[in-house]
Design a protein around this ligand. Structure first.
Ligand SMILES: Cc1ncc(COP(=O)(O)O)c(C=O)c1O
Length: 425
């Protein structure tokens, strides 16, 4: 039995059945390539779902892991180590916009935990405002198509019913606003609301950017009552869109931002950044974690940010990302099955007119040794490492062209769309 078959059999017997895995066993990685147990190299345009921003085996990450691993891997949050303040400084300096600042940080382990902390912070802040005599409630507005994580608070703010409903009752006090619908936002906003939670560019929801009007209205409404604007930057943040934070494309400063995925280059680490005003709401003992902000994760995150800067990877994300989008647009002119190209930098979605074709395209790309995925049923999603080069884009476009040339006719058009269940996500 092959190694892959052995692992498959063991997992089928031993693990909870939460994942539909592809039949590939990865054992190592180099640059933008991830390599299976047979030595086959795959061009990774998904980077562990937006995590491996520096690609694989980056020397800066290796160095940080070895040095910090030898020195100190863990100490509890009952004591100091050098990493948290050093990392907080790097993040808070980069999160600012025209003098407005997010000047405090809290470190968690994952994206969903960062969101939990942000939601608790928003409720605690509203409580503080009530003590100070303000009228403000506990409701949180989130958006249709949103994805914020799998724990109870985050999943309560996550729109797709299949993630939420089997686990009901979820946390009360969440309401969904129609995506980019300013009137719906105005109608649902009141002094009952303590926070509006958005992704500047929705990730799982299909790489959908917020409209500047909607984002500005969310900022205006929250500022008018003391409610908070929370921007979930877990997928779009930390350089992926060509800026440190995706909200910086809009010139809108939130009260809270959350980070995770690429933050420590593959070592789990999440972060909450907030204003001084919001930070007033937490006192020692109210919130905390055993592992969050440990020395190892912080040392690697510092190395990741420094490498992004010294290697000018945000500029690369912009430059190669723009090229990628141009090439996809050219492909869309050739294949009408591609109905939209969305995104910024190296966070890109190609919307197809058929869910079946989208699924097939992902499988066909994998046969050609290129890793992508499909989100929101019909969106091909590209979240490559920031070290991606134009030649990798060319190889990707050639593969997609071949796949659509061969298969699109069987799927596209209204009939195929209906056959796929009319599911446009
Ligand atoms: C925007 C966004 N928020 C939160 C999360 C949850 O992060 P994690 O899986 O690390 O808990 C994700 C994960 O995909 C995400 O894309």
């Amino acid at each position: 039995m092959s190694k892959l078959e052995q692992v498959k059999t063991a997992e089928a017997r031993l693990l909870l059945h939460t994942y539909d895995r592809n039949p590939i066993l990865f054992v190592r990685g180099e640059g933008v390539y991830v390599i299976d147990e047979q030595g086959e190299r795959y061009l990774d345009l998904l980077s562990g779902i937006g995590v491996n921003a520096l690609g694989y085996s980056h020397p800066a990450i290796e160095r940080a892991l070895i040095n910090q691993g030898r020195a100190l891997i863990h100490t509890s949050n009952l004591f100091y180590h050098e990493g948290q303040a050093e990392l907080a400084l790097r993040l808070t300096e980069r999160a600012s916009l025209d003098g407005a600042v997010l000047d405090r940080a809290f470190f968690a382990n994952t994206g969903t935990e960062a969101i939990e902390g942000a939601l608790k912070l928003a409720r605690a802040h509203a409580g503080l405002l009530r003590e100070e005599g303000k009228t403000i409630g506990t409701k949180v507005l989130a958006l249709e198509h949103s994805f914020h994580g799998r724990t109870f608070g985050s999943v309560s703010a996550t729109h797709k019913a299949k993630y939420r409903e089997p686990f009901g009752p979820v946390v009360p006090g969440f309401e969904f606003v129609r995506f980019n619908d300013v009137n719906d936002l105005r109608a649902k906003f009141s002094t009952e609301v303590c926070a509006i939670l958005v992704e500047a560019i929705q990730g799982e929801g299909g790489i959908r950017p917020l409209s500047p009007e909607f984002f500005a209205e969310a900022r205006k409404l929250t500022a008018s009552t003391g409610a908070l604007l929370i921007v979930d930057e877990i997928q779009a943040g930390l350089g992926r869109t060509g800026k440190w934070f995706a909200y910086q494309h809009y010139n809108i400063q939130p009260d809270i931002a959350t980070l995770a995925k690429p933050l420590a280059g593959g070592i789990p680490l999440g972060a909450i950044l907030c204003t001084e005003e919001v930070a007033r709401a937490l006192h020692p003992g109210m919130h905390g974690t055993t592992f969050g902000g440990g020395p190892l994760a912080c040392a690697v995150a510092i190395a990741v940010i420094d490498a992004m800067e010294s290697e000018k990877l945000l500029d690369n994300a912009t430059e190669v990302g723009n090229y990628f989008q141009e090439q996809l647009r050219a492909l869309a002119r050739k294949h009408e099955t591609i109905v939209d190209i969305r995104g910024k930098g190296l966070m890109i979605g190609a919307e197809l007119d058929s869910a079946d074709l989208a699924r097939l395209a992902v499988a066909e790309m994998l046969k050609r040794r290129i890793v992508i995925n499909c989100t929101s049923e019909t969106t091909l999603r590209f979240l490559p490492p920031y070290i991606l080069e134009r030649a990798h884009v060319d190889a990707t476009i050639a593969a997609l062209d071949e796949i659509f040339t061969e298969h699109a006719a069987a799927f596209s058009g209204a009939a195929a769309h209906a056959a796929a269940g009319g599911n446009r996500g």
